[in-house]
Write a protein that binds this ligand. Structure first.
Ligand code: URA
Length: 449
């Protein structure tokens, strides 16, 4: 691969016009445009026009891979060294109550894989792994490169915040997209997510693409387009990638809120997690094993994942990670010590019947209103607040039985949140099927090393 400076200067107007008019752009031109933007020779307004042209015209698979590569190479590329062969990255496109990373990563470490994971914070109404982990007193996500790598090698997993030198072009372009109505583009989303994964260096990447009311992708065609685009980027940039499309219509598991989700993740690590969370966890662990080991027996890998829970090995890996990253392990041994609110109250079911649907986004917005997430970047969050959903889709419940629990700070919050929470529920008088959780698995190719 030639360096960016070898590619020569381009006229940004020509590149913008070419995309505006629906013509293909070469890989060299894309690299030079991204490089020019990062160096400041291409202005924000020109990059914005280009992004809008991409939004309207789309990108070919070649262009999308070139954009991903250019953004990945705009900063540091991590060298995983000797552990590269057993390294795997897992990424969720974002959901509600999605604490799978906290459970899957220790399972993979206990299965002998290495999980060097750079995670994000909550985005919009969706939660973020870093915020969840920071609800453990003392836990730091600010690991420098050496500490991140050495911990991943020794413990099998490290979860850190993304360093500023990782895919900086994506950071800058994402900030522009955010204010120019250019976030909603499959090639831009796919390249943005994958550029960071490529820069971290794992040769195997398992993507959990969420679909439904509590996800950015609201329907199967768009989830499939995004999943396929990311798997295809991996194939073109020499990564083994699997995308698992999973339902995100109702919250995953029961807990929505940072410390509450850590409690649920710890329960899952000792074999007491809610069935839907466990199903997603085990399938993702099986797919990761398949990618790393080059086998096609994901059923055996799923059994192995469950065995790491049963033996306590997965819990031990999680505890070891918390200890390494400065967290108070007493809170892991006794989750009752994690931050909690003094005030909590059960909300009774307004009727007898079967739960037909729970609007995950509406539940997430209620949790956000309690302080569990941010309205804008940099806002502080309250780790203790949140909602625990007792009755899930398909459950039958009697009027007056507890439906949800609200953990909040004030009685006013409690008074205000009841109606919107109940409005998130849809009811049926007749039995309702439990919805299919694993919607589709898209693999790049037969496993190979
Ligand atoms: N997450 C990302 O990292 N990038 C996007 O464009 C959307 C979600």
């Amino acid at each position: 691969m030639r360096s960016l400076t070898d590619r020569g200067a381009i006229d940004p107007l020509v590149t913008i016009a070419r995309k505006r008019d629906g013509h293909a752009i070469s890989s060299d031109e894309i690299h030079a445009f991204v490089d020019g933007y990062v160096r400041g020779t291409i202005a924000d307004y020109q990059a914005s026009a280009w992004l809008m042209a991409i939004c309207c015209r789309g990108m070919t698979a070649d262009e999308t891979a070139a954009l991903t590569d250019a953004m990945a190479r705009s900063g540091a590329m991590i060298d995983l060294g000797a552990s590269r062969a057993s390294a795997v990255d897992k990424h969720s496109t974002g959901g509600v109550g999605d604490k799978t990373t906290l459970v899957v990563a220790p399972i993979l470490a206990a299965m002998g894989m290495i999980v060097p994971k750079m995670s994000g914070r909550g985005l919009g109404f969706t939660g973020g792994t870093l915020d969840k982990l920071e609800s453990i007193p003392g836990f730091t996500v600010a690991l420098d490169r050496d500490r991140f790598l050495s911990q991943a090698h020794r413990v099998g997993l490290a979860v850190a915040g993304q360093s500023a030198d990782l895919a900086p072009a994506d950071g800058a372009l994402y900030a522009l997209r955010d204010v120019t109505a250019t976030v909603e583009s499959i090639p831009l989303i796919a390249s943005s997510i994958m550029s960071k994964k490529i820069a971290v260096g794992s040769p195997a990447i398992c993507l959990d693409v969420k679909v439904g009311r509590g996800a950015f992708m609201k329907d199967m065609p768009s989830a499939r387009d995004l999943a396929t685009a990311m798997v295809d980027i991996g194939r073109r940039l020499d990564r083994r990638v699997t995308a698992v499309i999973t339902a995100m219509d109702q919250p995953l598991g029961q807990a929505v809120g940072n410390a509450l989700e850590v409690v649920e993740a710890i329960r899952a690590l000792v074999g007491q997690g809610p069935p839907d969370l466990m199903e997603v966890v085990v399938v993702l662990a099986g797919e990761c094993a398949r990618l790393v080991r080059g086998t096609s027996d994901d059923m055996a890998a799923r059994q192995e994942a469950l065995a790491t829970i049963k033996s306590g090995a997965a819990f031990d890996r999680f505890r070891a990670m918390v200890a390494e990253q400065g967290g108070d392990v007493a809170c892991i041994d006794d989750p009752g010590r994690l931050p909690r609110t003094e005030l909590f109250a059960e909300l009774p079911s307004p009727r007898t019947g079967y739960v037909a649907a729970i609007d995950a986004e509406a539940i997430a917005r209620c949790a956000l209103s309690l302080g569990a997430g941010r309205r804008k970047k940099g806002d502080p969050i309250d780790h203790a607040v949140g909602i625990v959903v007792y009755a899930k889709v398909g459950d039958r419940i009697e009027a007056g039985e507890p439906l949800l629990v609200v953990h909040c700070r004030t009685r006013e919050q409690l008074a205000q949140i009841g109606d919107p929470l109940l409005a998130a529920y849809t009811w049926s008088d007749t039995p309702v099927d439990v919805p299919l959780l694993i919607r589709e698995v898209i693999r790049s190719a037969p496993p190979s090393r």
